[in-house]
Structures are given as structure tokens and as C-alpha cells.
Ligand binder design. Structure first.
Ligand code: COA
Ligand code: AMP
Length: 631
């Protein structure tokens, strides 16, 4: 079938509207669209305007009505609680309808926001789909964030109701959600009227006067029907790291999102209705939204909902056990998970203990896939290992090897080629296209395909400034890279202050804001340094106020606690060092890029462009002194 991919890619470019109108046939509409692509208000492009649908209906009810009522929709597999619970499409639909009734009893309706702050339990998915059923807008907040991060999101989204749970379970640690939620509500200006709390067996938390027990909420509810919404109405807001402590609220629509995700399940992942698909991530991230919840359910597949880690729950064979037990055909996770498994089981002995003969493909994303990890996975799994590149903003893959269209040869280090719908270019600083092999800014020519961000919540101007301003007519991914002579894309680095730690997206700028609040810190900088397991981890440099004569170690310990308390454990901020000065430009701007280059160079060679050897030596010594090895 050689040429199938190129044909599809060209058609999506030259006959864009026909291409996506055809993909939209995979979705059930209450009312057909008037325009496939509405270009009347650029750069705010809208897909399927005039159309009406319900995303929850498409994810659940239509499968119940079309013969999949008894097929598993979701399998909750939790080594953390020793539980496996299976929900058929009928069961999941009924529970979602009932919880939608409970939300409606609290006054939640079309357009109202609901913040979901929950661990990896099925009730989190039920809450998300219940919002979609009502036409309400969910905003899921990752459980590894601290109260302050939750408060910022509550103030921005202004939810009518919050849905949470008594606790999350991390290996060896129980995470109490209620104190975090209360801490957030103390800090936030916006006060939602109600919190619905799911009490887990591991911990029953006391409820306050604005709290409602999940079970009581559903006991008093009637199942609620799907509410038809405009294709262009928001389905969810998902906050992601920006360059400051104020996260960006990525807004996703209903119509374009359903069309694109349903299409991607077949075209990219080669997953059909009835297949078992597993995205080992968390519902707090975009991977969880797109490929634990919406993608597989829209496509009528069975989604695996895993509460555990790749290693230690109970061992590095955990993933193979899940694949074998549930006949998973396709797994999607972050390379860091495989680095963790490889580290524990370098010879891949545990893989051979399970029958994974039905397994078809492994997809990796969230960070650059290092060739070592890819090769290890290829060798031990014996299936295609596909690196694919995307972002919270895009909602689905910009680049991938589209297994459902035509499997292309893999080039290690490359997420293959732009997917149909993505007109990817590489530009230099002046906005000119560069030649093949030359590094530049990876940008996408507007309009973006369906399913991508509509805007930032309550921040149309910030949306334009952050993504569309630097290269007019293009969406700026903030990744740099190149396209080789065969059209393969290589994603090399972020061009902003975002780092990826264990596949989690973090802003070093947000961490600097926390460090700067320490009374003894005059100036600071945070950069990402290489880490064997997590890919990158943050490293802080502190310049202390004159006259501070406390031991440096004490101050470092305090800032580590501050970042954990303000951003959350997920920041993995564990190392910082005190220096006399930071390298700066003449105008006083901290040369973070320079510091990054020193950290990345082996062994801390001074790049020729740096002209202050004293500062360089100091930064270099600081790196060495904290044991940041030049490996
Ligand atoms: N709630 C509360 N705390 C959480 C959390 C959650 N949902 N998720 C992570 N944390 C905590 C961890 O317990 C850890 O705390 P610690 O500092 O007390 O040890 C901290 O946040 C850092 O977490 P993480 O960076 O994930 O490290 P880890 O050691 O717990 O696990 C991996 C490392 C590689 C096993 C894990 O990150 C992983 O499985 N990643 C791949 C899958 C994935 O989630 N990808 C993201 C998007 S595709
Ligand atoms: P997130 O929004 O959390 O999904 O993070 C998106 C960022 O992660 C991208 O902008 C990239 O910097 C990085 N990323 C995601 N997938 C890949 C990949 N396959 N290769 C390289 N970087 C990636």
C-alpha cells in the first residue's frame, strides 16, 4: 500500500474540508453542520459550525444502542488497591447518566464549569463524561499538584461544583485530597457552592457543610439525558504550564474534538471498535483526556484505566501483566515509564513471563524518545515502537507514524512525519522557511486541524500573543527541530522555559517565582538538567541577599519544601545550589540558555560565546558540587 500515507496527507491539505467532512461521518450529529471550517473570524477558526451533537452520547449511548451494550467500555485495573473492575458500555452509560443527574441537582447545566480533582479512579471518568452529557465544561486538575495550583485554576475557571475524592494512593504514601482542597478553597477568591466527595475505602474524610458525599449525591438523582450542544461549544478546559505561575487554560470544543479523536484512533493507532487500548497516563494530563477517556470510547474500544506505576506495583512486569490479562493490543505511554522498566529489568526477563502475543504496537510521547529506550522496547516486545509528538494545546498528534493508514519505516529519534491535517514548517528567526536538515522553530500553518485549542479560557489576547504573534499566520509550537530530506521530523528542544520531567510538563519560570519568594533569596534561576530516569529534572540556582549568614544547606532545604508545597510533588524539585552571581546580559537579563548549555556540555566546557570566565567557572563548580555528574 505504498503511497497511501502521502495520498492522505496531500488530500488533507488540498481538499481540507472534504477530508474532515468525511471523517465527521464517524460521529453522530443531532444537527448537521453548516460550515466544515468557519473562517469568518480569523485567527479564531471554528470547525463544524452550525452542527449540534453531544460528546457523551457519541462516547457511550450510541455504542449501547448499536450492539456494544455488553462490551467492556472501561477496565479499572488498580494494583494500588488490588482491584479489577469492569464496566460495560451499558453500565458506564447508566452511571454517567445518574451522576449527570446529581450534578444537575446542584444546578450544573450547559456552559457551567466543574473542576474535577481526583485520583485515578473510575469516578473521575464518570464525572468527566457526566459534564459532557450536560454540556457543562470540565476542568480536571492533576492530583500531584499542590493546593496553590488548584486555587489558581479554581479562580480562573470559576466552577459551580468541584468533584473530588478522599484520597489518592501513591506507592508507600496516601495523599489526602480533602486538606489540599480546603487549602485551595481558603486561597481562592471564587468559592464554588458545592464539593462532591467520593469516599475511598482507604480513607474516609470528614465532610463540611458545603460537601456532599458522592453516594448521597447519586442516591437523590435521576438519570439525565444528553443535552445537545453546538459543535463549537467548549467541552473542557485543561490548564497547562505557561511561562509564569499563571497556567494556560486550553479550551477544547465538542465537534472538532470528537471528529479528530475518533479519526485518530483508526488512522494513527490502528484501533477499531472492540479492541482493547491502554494509555498509561493520568486523567490530569492531555494524554488522559484524549486517550484514556475520549478517543477509545468514541471509537467503541475498551479503555484500560490503570492506577499504578510501571515499576514497583508490584514489579517491573506490571505492564506486561496488564497487557496479558486484558488482551491489550495497543499501549501508549511516556518514554520515562520504559526507562523505569528497563532500569529494573535490563535483560527484559519479565516480558517473557507473560503471553503478549496479541500485542500490536507501542506508542510513546510526552518527551523525546531516546534511541536506547526505543531499541530496548523493540527488542523485547517485538512490535512497532512509535514515537509521536504532540502537546496539550494540539490535543492529538502533530507527527506520528500513522499505522492505520500506512506503516512507514521508523527512524530512531524522529516522531516520523506530520499527520494529515498538519501543515508543519520550520522557520528561522526572521520567519523564513529553512532548508531540510536545518534547525528552526517548528510551526504549523493556520488554520489548525479540528480538535486543537480554540483559545485560552478568558484570555483570547494571551492565546494570540503566546501562539500566533511571533510568526504571523502560523501556530508556534515552542519546540525547535528540523525536517530531514525524507520529510521526517526531529523535535530537538523547547524554545521557552518548559521542561519535561517524567513526561510531566513543568515551567521553570513558575518554580523561579516560588524560589524568589524565599526571604533570603535575592535572585534565582531554574534550568532543566538531564536525568537518567525522568529525562530532565529541575535544578535551582540561588543568589542570596547580602548579609545572609545561615548555612546554605538550610536555605536549599527550605526552597525544596516551598516548591513541593506551592507547585506539588510532581515538580520533582529536589536540587538547588547557592552561587555568588548569575550570568547576565548587559541589560541584566539572566542567561538561562547559557547556564543550560553549560549543564548540557560534557564536561562543562565553556561555550565560546560566553565572555565571563569567572561566572562560568562558578556555575560549573556549582554543578559539580551538587554531584551533577558529567555523564
Ligand atoms: N498525586 C499525588 N502525587 C503524585 C501523583 C499524583 N497523581 N503523581 C505523582 N505524584 C508524586 C510522586 O509520588 C512523587 O512524589 P515523591 O517526590 O514523594 O516521590 C512525585 O510526584 C514525582 O512524581 P513522578 O515524577 O511521576 O515520579 P515517580 O517516581 O512517582 O514515578 C515514573 C516515575 C517514571 C514511574 C512515572 O512518572 C511514570 O509512570 N511516568 C510515565 C507515565 C506518565 O504519567 N506520563 C505522563 C503523561 S504521558
Ligand atoms: P504536553 O503539553 O505536556 O503534552 O507537553 C508537550 C511538549 O512535550 C512538547 O511541546 C514537546 O516539547 C514535548 N514532547 C511531547 N512529545 C514529544 C516527542 N515525541 N518528542 C519530543 N518532544 C515531545
Amino acid at each position: 500500500m505504498s503511497g497511501e500515507f502521502d495520498g492522505a496527507y496531500q488530500r488533507a491539505l488540498t481538499a481540507r474540508e472534504e477530508f474532515w467532512a468525511e471523517a465527521a461521518q464517524g460521529i453522530d450529529w443531532d444537527q448537521p453542520w453548516e460550515n466544515v471550517l468557519d473562517e469568518s473570524n480569523p485567527p479564531f477558526y471554528r470547525w463544524f459550525s452550525g452542527g449540534m451533537l453531544n460528546t457523551c452520547y457519541n462516547a457511550l449511548d450510541r455504542h449501547v444502542e448499536n450492539g456494544r451494550a455488553d462490551q467492556n467500555a472501561l477496565i479499572y485495573d488498580s494494583p494500588m488497591t488490588d482491584q479489577i473492575v469492569k464496566y460495560t458500555y451499558q453500565e458506564l452509560r447508566d452511571q454517567v447518566a445518574l451522576f449527570a443527574g446529581a450534578l444537575a441537582n446542584e444546578g450544573v447545566g450547559k456552559g457551567d464549569r466543574v473542576v474535577i480533582y481526583m485520583p485515578m479512579i473510575p469516578e473521575a471518568v464518570i464525572a468527566m463524561l457526566a459534564c459532557a452529557r450536560l454540556g457543562a465544561v470540565h476542568s480536571v486538575v492533576f492530583g500531584g499538584f499542590a493546593a496553590n495550583e488548584l486555587a489558581v485554576r479554581i479562580d480562573d475557571a470559576k466552577p459551580k461544583v468541584i468533584v473530588s475524592a478522599s484520597c489518592g494512593l501513591e506507592p508507600g504514601r496516601l495523599v489526602e485530597y480533602k486538606p489540599l482542597l480546603e487549602g485551595a478553597l481558603d486561597q481562592s477568591t471564587h468559592k464554588p457552592g458545592r464539593s462532591i466527595i467520593f469516599q475511598r475505602d482507604a480513607l474516609q474524610c470528614p465532610l463540611g457543610e458545603n460537601d456532599l458525599d458522592w453516594n448521597d449525591a447519586i442516591a437523590g438523582a435521576e438519570p439525565h439525558d444528553c443535552v445537545s450542544v453546538a459543535a463549537t461549544d467548549p467541552l473542557y478546559i485543561l490548564y497547562t504550564s505557561g511561562t509564569t505561575g499563571q497556567p494556560k487554560g486550553v479550551v477544547r470544543d465538542n465537534g472538532g474534538h470528537a471528529v479528530a479523536l475518533n479519526w485518530s484512533m483508526g488512522a494513527i493507532y490502528n484501533v477499531k471498535a472492540g479492541d482493547v487500548y491502554w494509555a498509561a497516563s493520568d486523567i490530569g494530563w492531555v494524554v488522559g483526556h484524549s486517550y484514556i477517556v475520549y478517543g477509545p470510547l468514541l471509537a467503541g474500544a475498551t479503555t484500560i484505566f490503570y492506577e499504578g506505576k510501571p515499576v514497583g506495583t508490584p514489579d517491573a512486569g506490571a505492564f506486561w501483566r496488564v497487557i496479558a490479562d486484558h488482551k491489550v493490543t495497543t499501549l501508549f505511554t511516556a518514554p520515562t515509564a520504559f526507562r523505569a522498566i528497563k532500569r529494573e529489568d535490563p535483560a527484559g526477563k519479565l516480558v517473557s513471563q507473560y503471553d503478549i502475543s496479541h500485542f500490536e504496537a507501542l506508542f510513546l510521547a510526552g518527551e523525546r524518545s531516546d534511541p536506547d529506550t526505543l531499541t530496548w522496547a523493540e527488542k523485547h516486545l517485538g512490535v512497532p515502537v512509535i514515537d509521536h509528538w504532540w502537546q496539550t494545546e494540539t490535543g492529538w498528534s502533530i507527527c506520528a507514524n500513522c499505522l492505520g493508514i500506512e506503516e512507514l519505516p521508523v527512524k530512531h529519534g524522529s516522531p516520523t512525519k506530520p499527520v494529515p491535517g498538519w501543515d508543519l514548517r520550520v522557520l528561522d528567526e526572521g520567519g523564513n522557511e529553512v532548508g531540510s536538515g536545518d534547525i528552526g522553530a517548528l510551526v504549523v500553518k493556520l488554520p489548525l486541524p479540528p480538535g486543537t485549542l480554540l483559545t485560552l479560557w478568558n484570555a483570547d489576547q494571551r492565546f494570540q500573543d503566546a501562539y500566533l504573534k511571533e510568526f504571523p499566520g502560523y501556530y508556534q509550537t515552542a519546540d525547535a527541530g528540523y525536517i530531514d530530506e525524507d520529510g521526517y521530523v526531529f523535535v530537538m528542544a523547547r524554545t521557552d522555559d518548559i521542561i519535561n520531567t517524567a513526561g510531566h510538563r513543568l515551567s521553570t519560570g513558575a518554580m523561579e517565582e516560588v524560589l524568589a519568594a524565599h526571604p533570603d533569596v535575592a535572585e534565582c534561576a531554574v534550568i532543566g538538567v538531564a536525568d537518567e530516569l525522568k529525562g530532565q529534572v529541575p535544578l535551582g540556582f540561588l543568589v542570596l541577599n547580602a548579609g545572609v549568614n545561615r548555612p546554605n544547606g538550610e536555605i536549599v532545604d527550605e526552597v525544596v519544601v516551598m516548591v513541593r508545597d506551592n507547585i506539588g510533588p510532581v515538580a520533582s524539585f529536589k536540587i538547588a545550589t547557592v552561587v555568588q552571581r548569575l550570568p547576565k546580559t548587559r541589560s541584566g537579563k539572566v542567561l538561562r540558555g547559557t547556564m543550560q548549555k553549560i549543564a548540557d556540555s560534557e564536561p562543562y566546557n565553556m561555550p565560546a560565546t560566553i565572555d565571563d570566565p569567572v561566572i562560568l567557572e562558578e556555575i560549573t563548580d556549582a554543578l559539580k558540587s551538587i554531584g551533577y555528574a558529567e555523564s
